[in-house]
Design a protein around this ligand. Structure first.
Ligand SMILES: Cc1cc2nc3c(=O)[nH]c(=O)nc-3n(C[C@H](O)[C@H](O)[C@H](O)COP(=O)(O)OP(=O)(O)OC[C@H]3O[C@@H](n4cnc5c(N)ncnc54)[C@H](O)[C@@H]3O)c2cc1C
Length: 414
């Protein structure tokens, strides 16, 4: 096994965890990244290990929301008109995934993947001496209106059915946990099993450093093409400057994975849900745990030295420039939740979630007998599921038993 060479394309949190797990299994591993580790979506996300997020993004009733997505540029879900023709096939699959029976099947498949996902981080954090980056204080779902709180019953019922621990709380009970919360919220839920990290970028970099200090190689190059041997197996990755041979290849290039997957012989329905953050260095309030507002899609997370307001979804592809007004809107929504929050000074960021229409990632071989493994499409859960994904990929690459049956996450499921 020590002779086997694996290349992992993409040093986001999914690629880094895959590289570490392959290394732990005895592979010689090269991590190929065109930028710096953690420069993609893994840089600025909400940093929540959202182990309770078993329900898909597309849920029953989503069809009624699509017109609003087109008409409200500052809404929590937005589609840019110019991108609609390219998005249409993906959007149709997204709508189909929201049918009740489908949503329930997907919930079961997500729950299997999420079960124990935080535990899978522990050996990686320990080896990186980075256990202090993990904070286990749960998280809060805070509702702005009584009407939406009442309508949330179906989603919480699905969560409970799949073993998620939930406590319904009044406004006062939530304010006992987080005194900075507004008196005007309608109440919500506390999820004790959820964790967060003090900074997703710092975590990715620390894990990448651990990979390097264990003898891994980091190549700052862009994967352009794949070379195949006479049997049709991928034997090398071609970059702008060289050709690097490999026995196994992992494509973990986040939202940019689609063209590489096609070169490995598979067409995947991958698009991007662009998201924003507004990061406040001197927030003037204290916060112990992340708070999420389902109505606005806002997540507020205490990082080691700041508070991050993150979230919302914008369908606009990989090329269109950011719409920074969406980050400003996050600031005003933050004040709605925390009246004392000082949002005068903050920094804005946009990132590309790699998203599949059914909210399930792609984890597994490109085609049944391929030596190329796909590890992308984690949408809103890439940080949460990174260690679990890396473990599954390394188990498949070793042809040993896999901790979660990978069938629901196969590349050719549509
Ligand atoms: C606003 C926002 C909030 C979020 N909050 C959360 C959260 O709280 N919890 C959670 O679990 N998830 C969250 N997510 C989702 C999460 O950030 C992503 O799912 C995750 O970061 C994806 O990781 P990745 O490694 O697949 O992709 P990325 O981090 O995007 O990494 C892909 C890497 O591949 C590199 N690359 C691409 N093409 C090539 C190539 N040809 N050659 C070499 N390198 C290449 C890129 O440079 C990049 O570094 C959030 C996302 C956003 C946008």
């Amino acid at each position: 096994m020590s002779q086997m060479h694996a290349i992992v394309i993409g040093a986001g949190i999914v690629g880094v965890c895959s590289a570490l797990q392959l290394q732990r299994k005895g592979f010689r591993v090269t991590l190929m990244e065109r930028d710096e580790p953690g420069a993609g979506a893994s840089y600025g996300n909400a940093s929540v290990l959202a182990s309770e997020s078993v329900t898909p993004i597309s849920m029953p009733g989503i069809v009624r929301k699509v017109p609003g997505m087109l008409l409200d540029p500052m809404g929590p879900l937005r589609i840019r008109w110019s991108y609609l023709p390219r998005l249409a096939p993906w959007l149709w699959r997204f709508v189909l995934a929201g049918r009740k029976a489908e949503a329930e099947r997907i919930t079961a498949d997500l729950a299997k993947l999420l079960d124990g996902c935080i535990e899978d981080f522990r050996p990686l954090l320990k080896a990186a001496n980075a256990e202090n980056l993990l904070v286990e204080r749960g998280w809060i779902g805070a509702f702005l209106s009584h009407a939406t709180l009442e309508k949330s019953g179906y989603a919480t019922e699905l969560q409970e059915r799949h073993g998620v621990s939930i406590k319904k709380m009044t406004t006062n009970e939530l304010r006992e946990l987080e005194p900075a919360l507004s008196k005007d919220i309608a109440g919500g839920y506390y999820y004790p099993g959820v964790a967060h990290v003090v900074d997703s970028h710092k975590l990715t970099v620390r894990l990448a450093d651990s990979f390097l200090s264990n003898g891994g190689t980091l190549l700052k190059e862009t994967a352009k093409d794949l070379s195949k041997d006479h049997k049709g197996h991928v034997c090398a990755v071609r970059t702008e400057s060289a050709e690097h041979s490999c026995d196994k290849l992992v494509i973990a290039a986040g939202a940019w994975s689609r063209s590489l997957a096609r070169k490995a012989g598979v067409v995947v329905s991958l698009d991007t849900e662009r998201g924003y953050h507004f990061n406040i260095n001197q927030p003037s309030i204290g916060l112990s745990r992340p708070v999420y507002v389902p109505e606005t899609g806002l997540a507020c997370t205490p990082l080691d030295d700041s508070i991050r307001l993150a979230g919302t979804v914008e369908f606009g592809g990989l090329e269109a420039p950011p719409d920074w007004k969406r980050a400003e809107v996050l600031a005003s929504r933050g004040r709605e939740l925390f009246p004392e929050l000082d949002t005068q000074h903050g920094t804005s960021w946009m990132g590309f979630r790699p998203s599949m229409p059914d909210s399930l990632p792609v984890i597994g071989p490109a085609t049944p007998s391929s030596n190329v493994y796909l590890a992308f499409g984690h949408g809103h859960l890439g940080l949460t599921l990174a260690a679990r994904t890396g473990r599954m990929i390394s188990e498949m690459a070793c042809e040993s038993s896999v901790c979660v049956d990978p069938h629901p996450y196969r590349s050719m499921r549509f």
